[in-house]
Design a protein around this ligand. Sequence first.
Ligand SMILES: CC(C)(COP(=O)(O)OP(=O)(O)OC[C@H]1O[C@@H](n2cnc3c(N)ncnc32)[C@H](O)[C@@H]1OP(=O)(O)O)[C@@H](O)C(=O)NCCC(=O)NCCS
Length: 192
Amino acid sequence: MRNSSLPPRDVEPALQTPRLVLRPMHEADIDATVSALGDFEVSRHLARVPHPYTEHDARVFLKIVERGRAEGAMVHFMIVPRTERTPIGAIGLHQDMQSRRAEVGYWIAREHWGRGYAREALAEVVRYAFFARASTSNIPTINILEAKALETNRASIRVLEACGFLDVGAVDCASLATGTTSPARQFELRAE
Ligand SMILES: CC(C)(COP(=O)(O)OP(=O)(O)OC[C@H]1O[C@@H](n2cnc3c(N)ncnc32)[C@H](O)[C@@H]1OP(=O)(O)O)[C@@H](O)C(=O)NCCC(=O)NCCS
């Protein structure tokens, strides 16, 4: 529900899950981001991450995040284990302010794959997007979350399905890292 008496957020709140803190990106996260996204096994599954991935790319991205947050169209969290300071991944939403849809994207550094971190982070961001975000700002409510996963990205498809997303059809998905467009699946989750 939209609350017009509240301003847009300058900074996202930190979210907590049993093992993780999801918090805004800072300059101090650039090294960990460059290291993780510099891995072609990560970037080749993502639409907007070039390969090689440089510190300049991460700094430009941080500016995009800050601008998107100020405009209300973007929410971005670093994924950090509760017991540590260095992020192991990131998860974000791009919101279309007219359609009340938002696209979700995420990555986990390869050395941390297979421990349920993406599923845990996505489940919390779903809760935040549908139930918590609009009640504390004047940003329009999100009604539908969308995601695209390459057909070959079984781990991401598994994460989406585990969080309740439904496969709604075939799409093509471009990757800056590979410079190719490949068959992908479109997923959706609707607010109840
Ligand atoms: C996709 C990604 C975020 C998953 O992160 P993760 O923390 O390892 O994910 P989780 O551990 O929460 O869950 C992975 C699930 O996929 C399953 N899985 C992993 N590899 C798999 C494979 N090759 N085939 C089928 N299932 C696979 C795991 O068993 C697990 O399912 P389960 O919980 O039912 O056992 C990570 O692999 C990544 O960053 N990949 C590169 C970037 C990317 O693909 N981002 C998403 C773009 S749509």
